[in-house]
Design a protein around this ligand. Structure first.
Ligand code: KG4
Ligand code: ZN
Length: 335
């Protein structure tokens, strides 16, 4: 089965083609960074308008990359939520129109399920059950993944997401938006022990996290005149230490031996390296997709659609609805 995936939940327009036999055939991504940069954040209306402009162009590019014609698409998967309402609607409308034109089924996909299952696009693949650390611009969650559709939220950030803390800290240092990757690059030139940041919430039991205090501490350190590279390195280290402590706790609580690192911040190299060491020391395994499949993409959407379509799921009607707020725990597979 060949599935066309469509992703428009935020500021990346993406179209991918996933073949259940041959794997990923096309992975087209257009980032809107330039559209939003001068506003210091994503402007929802501009995001939606740009998706409308780019979707047909990306569709043609994806078909060319995969070297197939439209008629060879068997099904369509699109991001139905969570995300920006207007942005989600552009992708859903495009998917439904295409599904009608091509006379093939469509299925709405949960964006976070896409992130969590993205490692299944690669070899070797994880096996259920596993622990997933989802770290993106909007979410920071520890999730027990028991099977397709079997997700248990073990802990989450009670305030800022990790990506948000990276982006806000980067902004304080004048690194632009979204500044997560730029902050990490700057951190390479700094000392991780130059500024003392407390590791939030680690002295409390449980698996919840908090990152807004860290962001405030960064603004104080910048105001005190610490070199930005040192602040960046110390901040990144504090984030990683905190995540490692909670991951260890979650592994002990669940008894799981595999860890999946997912979401945009999973592209962070020091975090990847540290979690690899952690899991190897414990005799377990860490799985993370290449950075291009960690940040928003349509390959993960096509993959999840293929998994669920394979179990007989499809949208009940041609009409469409999107869910800007949508908990992952709502994603049970109907039986
Ligand atoms: O998953 P994603 O592409 O979009 C959301 O669904 O949120 O994640 C984007 C987030 C942004 O906050 C961005 O700054 C962060 O991922 N990010 C990074 C890195 N690359 C992207 N954060 C730290 N280090 C990186 N290398
Ligand atoms: Zn995302």
């Amino acid at each position: 089965m060949r599935v066309l995936g469509i992703e428009t939940s935020c500021d990346e327009t993406a179209i991918a083609i996933y073949d259940t036999e041959r794997g990923l055939l096309a992975n087209q991504i257009h980032s809107q960074t330039e559209v939003h940069a001068r506003f210091g954040g994503v402007v929802p209306e501009l995001a939606a308008r740009d998706h409308v402009r780019k979707l047909p162009i990306l569709l043609r590019a994806a078909l060319t990359e995969a070297q197939i014609s439209r008629g060879e698409i068997d099904a369509i998967g699109y991001t139905q939520g969570p995300g920006l309402q207007g942005a989600l609607m552009t992708g859903a409308a495009f998917a439904k129109g295409l599904s009608l034109a091509l006379n093939c089924p469509a299925l709405g996909v949960h964006h976070l399920e896409g992130h969590v299952l993205a490692p299944f696009l690669m070899q070797p693949r994880p096996t259920y059950p596993f622990l997933a650390l989802l770290v993106s611009g909007g979410h920071t969650q520890l999730i027990g993944v028991e099977r397709l559709g079997g997700y248990t939220l073990l802990g989450e950030s009670i305030d800022d997401a990790v990506g948000e803390a990276f982006d806000k800290s980067a902004k304080l240092m004048g690194l632009g938006y979204p500044g997560g990757a730029a902050l990490s690059a700057l951190a390479q030139q700094g000392r991780t022990d130059a500024v003392h940041f407390t590791r939030p919430m680690v002295d409390r039991p449980g698996l919840d996290l908090s990152f807004s205090g860290l962001k405030t501490a960064v603004s104080l350190a910048v105001a005190h005149g610490y070199p930005h590279a040192d602040v960046a390195a110390s901040f990144e280290q504090a984030v990683i230490d905190t995540l490692v402590i909670k991951i260890k706790r979650a592994l002990e609580q669940t008894g799981y031996t595999q860890l999946v690192l997912a979401g945009g911040v999973a592209a962070n190299q020091p975090l990847r390296a540290r979690l690899k060491i952690l899991m190897e020391a414990r005799g377990g395994t860490v799985f993370y997709p290449p950075p291009i499949l960690c940040t928003d993409n349509a390959a993960m959407i096509a993959l999840v659609a293929a998994m669920r379509l394979g179990q007989g799921e499809r949208d009940a009607t041609m009409g469409f609805e999107v869910f800007p707020r949508w908990p992952l725990s709502a994603m049970a597979v109907p039986n």
